[in-house]
Design a protein around this ligand. Structure first.
Ligand SMILES: *[C@@H]1O[C@H](CO)[C@@H](O)[C@H](O)[C@H]1NC(C)=O
Ligand SMILES: *[C@@H]1O[C@H](CO)[C@@H](O)[C@H](O)[C@H]1NC(C)=O
Length: 309
């Protein structure tokens, strides 16, 4: 009983998070589709991302830190910490099998870049959150691009179909150019997810990558989880109240102010950070949110093959 509630709750959180991004996607999906020249499209994709990130940045202010009082309204007092548990003194996720497995295509950020980011985040966040935080595994920083199957519209596949999909993604990867990217800003969503939002300096644009993947994966869900322009990676998930909180953070406007300050400090450290992305992964996630929660997965790694960038 308890476990099924927990599982239901994981889905609820997951859905909430994707729903907010999905809404942003809908709002943005009509703009900047048909541009005749490449340079127009580059400018427009950049603007489209900026507008999206502005909107995501406002989410916390508009909705408050929902992750703090989740469950407070139900008699079951479920909290975000129910999807995590403390094991050997540290936070561990409660993993749930994904049926059928999710098939995600993600760009991979190498540890050459993810480790410095992770090192910059921890000293700022650790003093406040101690165990009430889950850090993305720094060996698995990734940018979600396109799903061949996801939890909202599952597309079961045989082993042969999976091999065909993977081969198609490999072919796409060979023609894509490595992306030079710059961290535009760090954003905290109202659901407690700390995201890095990136701009593309050169190389294949996420819009192009997603369009090619859609063509290569004709069975994929029509509705994808993200705006076609977005280039974001999850850094951490806040799981509860910060330590400094009890009195200072007793009301919502104080809480919002506190988290905005925190995000401001993270941006001071990280805004403008540059990286190069040169791998596209086709990942079978056997657990819900496997890439985010160190679940079971099988990743096929493909180098982006175009040398011009
Ligand atoms: C982080 O990911 C790497 C690569 O998949 C894995 O070897 C390592 O065990 C993970 N760390 C944790 C804490 O699960
Ligand atoms: C929060 O506390 C501050 C300072 O006491 C006060 O000015 C503000 O109106 C309070 N906000 C709410 C929503 O209670």
């Amino acid at each position: 009983m308890n476990r099924s509630k927990t599982v239901a709750f994981i889905w609820l959180l997951y859905a909430l998070f994707f729903y907010s991004l999905f809404r942003m996607a809908l709002r943005n999906s009509d703009s900047s589709r048909n541009y005749s020249s490449a340079s127009d499209a580059v400018i427009s994709n950049k603007d489209r991302r900026s507008a999206l990130y502005d909107q995501m940045g406002r989410d916390l202010k508009d909705h408050g830190p929902v992750f703090l009082n989740r469950g407070g309204r139900t008699s079951q007092s479920l909290s975000l910490s129910d999807i995590f548990t403390i094991r050997d003194g540290s936070v561990a996720p409660v993993l749930k099998a994904a049926n059928p497995p999710v098939r995600a295509n993600v760009l991979y950020l190498s540890t050459q870049y993810s480790l410095p980011i992770s090192k910059a985040l921890k000293p700022i966040l650790d003093p406040y959150f101690d165990k009430a935080i889950w850090f993305q595994n720094s060996s698995l920083y990734h940018f979600s691009m396109f799903h061949a199957s996801h939890h909202i519209s599952p597309v079961p596949a045989t082993q042969d179909e999976i091999e065909t999909e993977a081969a198609a993604v490999r072919t796409i990867a060979q023609r894509l150019c490595p992306l030079k990217i710059v961290l535009d800003r760090v954003v905290l969503t109202s659901t407690g997810v700390l995201l890095g939002c990136w701009q593309v300096t050169s190389g294949s644009d996420p819009i192009t990558i997603r369009a090619k993947l859609r063509t290569a994966l004709p069975r994929a869900p029509e509705k994808q989880l993200y705006d076609a322009a977005i280039l974001h990676t999850s850094f951490a998930r806040l799981l509860g109240h910060p330590k400094a909180s009890s009195k200072v953070l007793s009301n919502t406007s104080y809480q919002i102010h506190f988290f905005q300050e925190l995000v401001h400090r993270l941006n001071n450290e990280l805004q403008g950070f540059e990286a190069v992305v040169s791998e596209l992964w086709y990942v079978e996630e056997f657990d819900v949110l496997a890439l985010a929660l160190n679940g079971r997965m099988k990743a096929r790694r493909f180098q982006l093959g175009c040398s011009r960038s």
